[in-house]
Ligand binder design. Structure first.
Ligand SMILES: [Zn+2]
Length: 97
């Protein structure tokens, strides 16, 4: 249930604190998506290597995190697509539409 969603990121691209990452549940409830700089990333073999959610369309952006889930290194920051529309609910959770 989304109550009074606020559009995030889309109009605030210059305001990101770039070393902050957030996590959100995936649509299917398995694993997590990582949110960084307005883009979402999914992990593959382990939870310290994340690949852009648009990897399937050829996006090569990826990053690594520590075991604790903090950003470690942005391996590739360029995306070949626009960022997804992300909304934050009043209780602080982030959803992708
Ligand atoms: Zn991407």
């Amino acid at each position: 249930m989304i109550i009074c969603p606020q559009l995030l990121f889309e109009h605030q691209m210059g305001e990101f604190i770039i070393d902050i990452v957030e996590y959100m549940p995936t649509n299917r409830g398995k694993g997590v998506l990582l949110i960084f700089n307005g883009f979402t990333y999914a992990h593959r073999e382990n939870r310290t290597r994340f690949y852009c959610s648009k990897k399937a369309i050829g996006c090569k952006a990826r990053l690594t995190t520590t075991e604790e889930g903090n950003l470690l290194e942005v391996v590739e920051s360029k995306h070949n697509h626009a960022p997804p529309k992300l909304y934050r609910t009043n209780d602080g959770k982030v959803y992708k539409l």
